[in-house]
Structure formats: structure tokens, C-alpha cells
Design a protein. Structure first.
Lengths: 304, 266
């Protein structure tokens, strides 16, 4: 019965068998979770954030637990785009599901170059552009914190590639709608949100910040209400498809995001807690649609 | 390396063996694959408090009975919830995870050094070495505890015929002092140290000291490290330790056991 439920979605030409993806940085390059289920059952896979040159990442500690949340200061550790293409892509390209490369940069030019290099890959489904990174040339304010710099990055990537572009928004802004409008006019085909919320923790024994970089990114159930509100706002501001994420751990959470306006959802921190969470969410969605006698498309934004 | 599984295991025992220290026994198919030095990533709560799993080393596993044991110290919310579980309850685990201790080559003399709760994974290691060693070499063990009350594992070792050299910080049991001091003295009796292999787990100062001694004497040493973990499987890059080459290694996947020369301990 519920197996016939149509869960397919099309996001800017990315055809997915269901709307449940895994979030960048929480699923490596797909190798680790193969032990727990067939990852070809996912809607799509988003890679760990890639940069032009290899990045060693931040010194430990990188993880600190908070009530219903996790602060991370991984610092975009990754092998760089060249090693990614040589070592990780051969395996990833064999997957039957869309693979989306998440990219980051220190400068607008970095984004352009990495997008150009990844565009040569056959089968790569899309680029997800992480604009939460500090703009090195502009004193470290994140690209995604101002409409102008967000738009500049997306324009550069648009010039570099014909792949669908998903702009991944930072929640650390006061007017998320303005950023959303800016990236869409710059050429983004879809929007994903939210990236992690800036937070911090202080060690009361050493009396200093827990993390070397002082601030870290908050994710997990604790951020869900904020993420949901932002998906809602962005849905009202732009007409491109939205990928909602931030604290999704159950199918009920996923349904909330879809009702708020998301066409697809991504599971991040929940993978650490329950490695089969994405599969349980897919199954739960099917049952929900069946019992509600509705279809996925009618659900999107239905709470507005 | 064995393939980890995510599963619910049946708890068959959960008893206090020392103040704040518990031994839990579970029934799980992974008993077959579990290697000394590997760990389980345990979800201690059904709710989000705490959210993340807790890594705990395997302190014994028996292929025949299908039983796996862990020994843990109650220090926070996660381990507190763990100690409240009863036989018959289910335990949400992922495992066995990580790279464990490599077994010594034929003819080598193994020296095992542990401190506090770090003794837990070494018990399973000692058992495997005692069992596998064809020429009958039993491992030498140096174990340190804060005080007599907190000592554990001694009976387990003696049942294997292994005599443990014990020391306590306060001298209430065995020698007064650190196991590293005793170990250093013990080393003097070897003319040729090339036949030795060291295994250690415990607090950072213990590991650093072993690392220094091993480097100075050119002895191969394997250290089991700890770092805060999220995924436990190598996906989040959260549990980094500085590599002696460039960059970082992941404690959960490249370790938790490392050859001492592979990593920097600050
Ligand atoms: C590979 C591995 C194997 C382990 N094996 C064992 C084992 O066999 N037995 C055992 O008792 N413990 C073991 N540990 C440690 C164990 O994971 C922690 O004690 C446990 O996670 C604490 O959880 P909690 O919720 O009770 O305490 P929390 O509330 O998380 O922590 C309580 C306090 O301890 C500190 N703390 C906890 N864990 C660590 C850590 N890893 N490094 C530094 N500070 C820490 C916290 O900062 C806090 O102050 C192992 C850890 C690793 C990484
Ligand atoms: C350990 C970790 C690493 C992450 N790395 C990246 C990254 O490289 N690029 C990126 O765009 N987002 C990254 N994120 C953000 C997630 O993709 C996601 O947007 C965020 O965690 C919110 O979702 P969640 O609450 O379900 O985890 C990372 C998150 C975590 C927890
Ligand atoms: S805990 Fe995630 S990589 Fe080690």
C-alpha cells in the first residue's frame, strides 16, 4: 500500500526519488553509513564541504554537546577539490542517487574556481554553495551575512557552471528574506537552509572559551524552531524550491518543514544519534501521506 | 576491520564493581567481531538529554557465549543513565567501532600499562594476548588506580594466570606512585629492549609519558586515545588528534589505538 506512495521531487532539475537528503558535513563522502543501510535509498547525498585547497581543520576540541544540540568547530577539514575528484568521486559517481557537492571559499574567486573544476564531473547533480564562510578580503564577515556579498558569490558560481546551484543560507542574519531574494536574483536555482547558528561555550574550569576559534556552529534539535521559522519566511519571499534543514530527527519534523514550505529536507546531526534516521523519516513520510490521503506536492507550504 | 552494526542488545548484567564504576554485560552478535581496543557507541537516553552517543571500550567479548562487556565510570549525565539500566533492558549501540590493538608478533614480550578507567580495554587485550600467544608468554601488566577501592580487573587477570603489578596514588594498594614510574624501573632489567611491545590506555599524562619512554628506548608502543565524539564512525571529523605528519587523524576511525609515533599529544 504505502510502497506505491509517490515521494519523487524535482528540485531545479535534480530528480530525487524522495525528498530526504543528508546534510553537508554530517555524512562525509558517503562511505561511513553504508554499513547501516543502502544509501541508494536516500533522496540525495550532499558531500562534506569542499574547498579549493586541502584544509586541515581546527585543533581539538571540535565538538561540544549542549542541551538537545551540538556545537561544532570542525573548520571545514577536507582534502581539497583535486583529491576529492581523484579519491572520492570515483566511488560517489557510482551511486544511483543524485550527489550534490557542497563548496566553500575564502574569496569570490575561490568559489568560481572550485565551481569550474567540479563542473567537469559527469553525473554531479548540483552545487550547494555554502555562503556561511568568512569573506577573507572583507575582514571575515561571512559572505552570507549581507545581500551584496551573497549575491557576488552566487553570480561567480553562475558564471562558472551550468549545474543547478543551491545557495545555502546562513541563519546568522537579521533579514533572511533579503538574502534569499539576493541569491535568487544572482542566479540560484534553489535555496537550502539553515546552516549552523553561531554559538559558544565557556569552560568554567579553565575560565576560557571551549573552542580555539571561540565561536562554533550550533545544530541539532535545539535549532529546529529557528530553522522552521526561516524556511517559512523564505518561502514567502522567493519562488525557487527550498531544502529545509536544522534539527530534523523524525518524520514529524520533516513534515513540519514541508508544511512550512520546503520541497525537500536534509538530515544532519540526527545521523550521529540514529544512523538510520533518514530511512525512518522516508518511511514515516510515506505512511503520513497515505493516512492523510494527500500527496507530497500538496503538502509543500500548506501551512501558510 | 570488522563491519560495525547498529543494533539493540539485551542487557544481561549491570553491576557496580567499585565506587562509581560499573560492569555491564550485553548479548550481541558483535561479540564475534569485537577486537580488543575497539569501542561501542552507546545511546544512553531515549530523549535528547543527552543527545549524542557515548563511546565506551569493549572490556571483554566471548565468541562462544555471544556476550560483550564494558566497564565504565559514572561521571556525567550519559553514564549516569547507563548505570540505571537493568538486566532485560535494551541497549542501543553501534559497534564494534575503530581500530583496536594489533596483536604482538610471535616471540614478543607484551607490556600493558593502564591507569584508572583506562584499564578497561586492556583487560580484553591481556586476555587475547594470553590466549593467542603460542609460546606461552603472558603479558606483563602495570596498572595504576587512585586508591585501593577504585581498583578493578585484578581478579580477571589472575584468573588468566596474569599477575598484575598494581600501584595506587595513595599507596593503599600495591606500590605508591604511578605505573609509569614502575614500568620505567622495570625496563632497566632488559639488555635488549627490541623484543618488547607496549600497550597503554589511561589519562593523557600517562600516555605522554609512555610515548616519551617508547621514543627514547625505540620500543613500539600502542596508545588508546580519547576525544569527544559525535558520529563515532568517521563522518563528522569531530574527534581529531594531531597527526605527527600533517593535519589531524580521527580518533574514532583511524584509532582509538594509535602507534605512539603516529600522533602528537599536545
Ligand atoms: C574511544 C573511547 C573509549 C572510551 N572508553 C571508556 C570506557 O571503557 N569506560 C569509561 O568509563 N569511559 C570511557 N570513555 C570515556 C567516556 O566516553 C566518557 O566518560 C563519557 O562519554 C562521559 O559521558 P557522560 O555523559 O557521563 O559525561 P559528560 O556529561 O559528557 O561529561 C562529564 C565530564 O567529563 C568530561 N569528559 C567526558 N568525556 C570526556 C573525554 N572523552 N575527554 C575529556 N573530557 C571528557 C566532560 O567535559 C565533563 O566535564 C571512552 C572514550 C573514548 C573516546
Ligand atoms: C559536524 C558538522 C559539520 C558540518 N559541515 C558543513 C559543511 O562542511 N558545509 C555546510 O554547508 N554545512 C555544514 N554543516 C551544517 C549542516 O549541513 C546543517 O546545515 C546544520 O547542521 C543544520 O542541520 P542539523 O541540525 O540537522 O544538523 C555541518 C554541520 C555539522 C554538525
Ligand atoms: S566522531 Fe565523527 S569523525 Fe570521529
Amino acid at each position: 500500500m504505502t510502497d506505491n506512495t509517490d515521494l519523487t521531487v524535482n528540485i531545479a532539475g535534480i530528480k530525487m526519488q524522495n525528498p530526504v537528503m543528508v546534510a553537508s558535513g554530517t555524512f562525509g563522502f558517503g562511505n561511513e553509513y553504508k554499513n547501516f543501510y543502502d544509501i541508494n535509498k536516500l533522496g540525495a547525498l550532499v558531500t562534506k564541504g569542499l574547498t579549493l585547497m586541502p584544509k586541515a581543520g581546527n585543533p581539538p576540541p571540535r565538538i561540544h554537546e549542549t542541551p538537545a544540540g551540538v556545537l561544532n568547530s570542525v573548520g571545514l577539514e577536507n582534502p581539497g577539490v583535486e583529491q576529492f575528484i581523484a579519491k572520492e568521486w570515483p566511488c560517489l559517481s557510482k551511486l544511483k542517487i543524485p550527489v550534490i557537492a557542497n563548496i566553500s571559499g575564502d574569496t569570490v574567486e575561490d568559489y568560481y574556481k572550485i565551481a569550474k573544476q567540479l563542473s567537469t564531473l559527469e553525473n554531479l547533480a548540483a552545487l550547494e554553495v555554502n555562503i556561511s564562510c568568512p569573506n577573507v578580503e572583507k575582514g571575515g564577515l561571512a559572505f552570507g551575512q549581507e545581500p551584496e556579498s551573497a549575491s557576488e558569490v552566487i553570480k561567480a558560481v553562475r558564471e562558472a557552471t551550468r549545474l543547478p546551484i543551491i545557495a545555502k543560507l546562513s541563519p546568522n542574519v537579521s533579514h533572511i528574506q533579503k538574502i534569499a531574494e539576493a541569491v535568487v536574483s544572482a542566479g540560484a536555482d534553489a535555496i537550502s537552509l539553515i546552516n549552523t547558528l553561531l554559538g559558544m561555550a565557556i569552560d568554567i574550569h579553565s575560565m576560557g572559551p571551549v573552542f580555539c576559534r571561540k565561536f562554533a556552529g550550533l545544530s541539532g534539535p535545539a535549532v529546529k524552531p529557528v530553522a522552521l521559522r526561516m524556511v517559512w519566511e523564505v518561502y514567502e519571499a522567493v519562488s525557487v524550491p527550498i531544502i529545509g534543514m536544522g534539527g530534523i530527527t523524525t518524520w514529524q519534523d520533516a513534515v513540519e518543514f514541508i508544511l512550512a514550505g520546503a520541497t525537500a529536507v536534509a538530515v544532519g546531526t540526527a545521523n550521529f544519534v540514529n544512523p538510520i534516521a533518514p530511512i525512518e523519516i522516508i518511511e514515516g513520510l510515506k505512511t503520513y501521506l497515505y493516512l492523510k490521503e494527500t500527496n507530497l506536492h500538496d503538502l509543500i507550504g500548506a501551512a501558510h | 576491520m570488522s563491519t560495525p552494526a547498529a543494533l539493540f542488545a539485551n542487557i544481561t548484567q549491570n553491576t557496580q564493581i567499585a565506587p562509581d564504576i560499573y560492569l555491564m554485560e550485553i548479548e550481541a552478535e558483535i561479540a564475534e567481531a569485537a577486537q580488543p581496543g575497539q569501542f561501542l557507541h552507546i545511546r544512553c537516553s531515549d530523549t535528547f538529554a543527552p543527545l549524542l552517543r557515548r563511546p565506551i571500550s569493549i572490556s571483554d567479548a566471548d565468541k562462544k557465549t555471544g556476550k560483550v562487556e564494558i566497564i565504565y565510570r559514572v561521571i556525567g549525565q550519559g553514564t549516569h543513565l547507563l548505570c540505571q539500566k537493568r538486566p532485560g533492558d535494551r541497549l542501543d549501540i553501534i559497534g564494534p567501532l575503530g581500530r583496536g590493538f594489533p596483536m604482538p608478533e610471535e616471540g614478543k614480550t607484551s607490556i600493558i600499562i593502564g591507569g584508572g578507567i583506562g584499564v578497561a580495554p586492556l583487560l580484553y587485550l591481556a586476555k587475547q594476548i594470553a590466549k593467542d600467544h603460542k609460546n606461552g608468554h603472558l603479558p606483563l601488566t602495570f596498572l595504576g588506580f587512585a586508591t585501593k577501592q577504585e581498583a578493578f580487573g585484578i581478579d580477571f587477570l589472575s584468573s588468566l594466570g596474569i599477575k598484575a603489578t598494581i600501584c595506587t596514588d595513595d599507596g593503599t594498594l600495591g606500590y605508591k606512585g604511578f605505573p609509569t614510574t614502575l614500568f620505567k624501573e622495570h625496563l632497566n632489567q632488559y639488555q635488549d629492549k627490541s623484543n618488547l611491545i607496549i600497550y597503554a590506555c589511561g589519562p593523557k599524562p600517562l600516555l605522554s609519558s609512555i610515548k616519551d619512554i617508547a621514543a627514547g628506548e625505540h620500543i613500539t608502543a600502542y596508545l588508546s586515545l580519547e576525544e569527544r565524539m559525535a558520529c563515532g564512525v568517521g563522518a563528522c571529523l569531530g574527534c581529531s588528534v594531531k597527526s605527527s605528519q600533517a593535519g589531524y587523524k580521527k580518533v574514532c576511525k583511524d584509532g582509538p589505538v594509535f602507534e605512539a609515533g603516529e600522533i602528537e599529544l599536545e
